[in-house]
Design a protein around this ligand. Structure first.
Ligand code: ADP
Ligand code: MG
Length: 273
């Protein structure tokens, strides 16, 4: 399990809100995120699960520092996030590799602004090629490797600059089921080895529970946290473990239980997927 240390160390999200301009809304604004509160300790793995349009990508954009226009507080190690920085890396659903660069050159893109010398950069790239299991493919171009391998390159590029936090926005969403479950196991191993904070956004409940120390369930319109489910299971995890299945079914019930309740269910926009 990850270490839980002082709350001011790590990522603190307090009463976070986000509005976008929207011509169809009263006042010309639409509230996309509202009253998001979350504490992420250094080294924790947090999964954020919710249907399309819940504001998951918006939340990661704010944490990455791409948009300083938000309400509430967003603090990393006690400092407000207002801009991008080398202590935060991101992996997207589409790998966004440069087609004219090799695997190792693409990973090296993550070191563009780093202060390391050439030898140190080469060593870091080699270390991260090994970390994601791509030895032998250093000189390959993106069109010569599979989708799963390209996502491994994207993960290596996100990690090579040694960020404190790695943000993952549906990183396996475009992969087939088998590759996806293999890469989930790989990501678990990488996270255990690197011991950095990871925030994974997904609409796959199974993936969220398999990987997370906690699973944040979001509801839409506006995007809010419905509940946070702790997953205190040892790693490496097994998908046939009864405790795992119990937690997975519990989280899944937020998306499938249509019983009338006062609390809006996460499922309300699940059909949008
Ligand atoms: N740049 C933008 N301008 C206006 N509305 C946006 C913008 N980006 C996202 N939205 C809206 O915000 C809501 C949340 O989007 P997003 O964060 O992409 O959700 P998710 O990642 O959970 O699918 C959606 O209704 C989307 O249409
Ligand atoms: Mg998204």
């Amino acid at each position: 399990m990850a270490q839980y240390i002082s709350a001011s160390n790590g990522l603190e999200i307090h009463r976070l809100g986000k509005q976008y301009a929207n011509a169809q809304s009263a006042g010309g604004l639409i509230q996309v995120l509202e009253d998001i509160n979350l504490s992420v300790s250094p080294g924790q793995f947090v999964s954020i699960v919710g249907a399309s349009g819940c504001g998951k990508s918006t939340l990661l954009r704010l944490i990455l520092g791409l948009d300083p226009d938000y309400q509430g507080q967003l603090l990393l190690d006690g400092r407000p996030i207002r801009d991008t920085g080398p202590e935060r890396g991101i992996v997207f659903q589409d790998h966004r590799l440069f087609p004219w660069l090799t695997v190792e050159q693409n990973i090296g893109v993550g070191l563009r602004n780093a202060a390391w010398n050439k030898k140190q950069k080469q060593d870091l790239i080699a270390e991260h090629v090994a970390l994601v299991g791509l030895e032998g493919f250093e000189k390959s171009y993106p069109h010569q490797i599979s989708g799963g391998m390209a996502q491994r390159v994207a993960i290596a590029r996100g990690l090579v600059n040694r960020p404190r936090v790695l943000l993952l926005d549906e990183p396996f969403g475009a992969l087939d089921a088998l590759t996806r479950s293999r890469l989930q196991v790989e990501l678990q191993r990488i996270w255990q080895k690197e011991k950095i904070t990871m925030l994974l956004v997904t609409h796959d409940v199974d993936e969220a529970v398999f990987l997370g120390d906690q699973v944040v369930v979001m509801t839409p319109h506006p995007g809010r946290i419905h509940r946070i489910v702790p997953v205190a299971l040892p790693r490496p995890r097994s998908r046939s473990d009864l405790n795992y299945l119990r937690i997975r079914d519990d989280v899944m019930s937020d998306f499938t239980d249509q019983a009338s309740e006062q609390t809006p269910k996460a499922a309300t926009c699940a059909s949008a997927n």
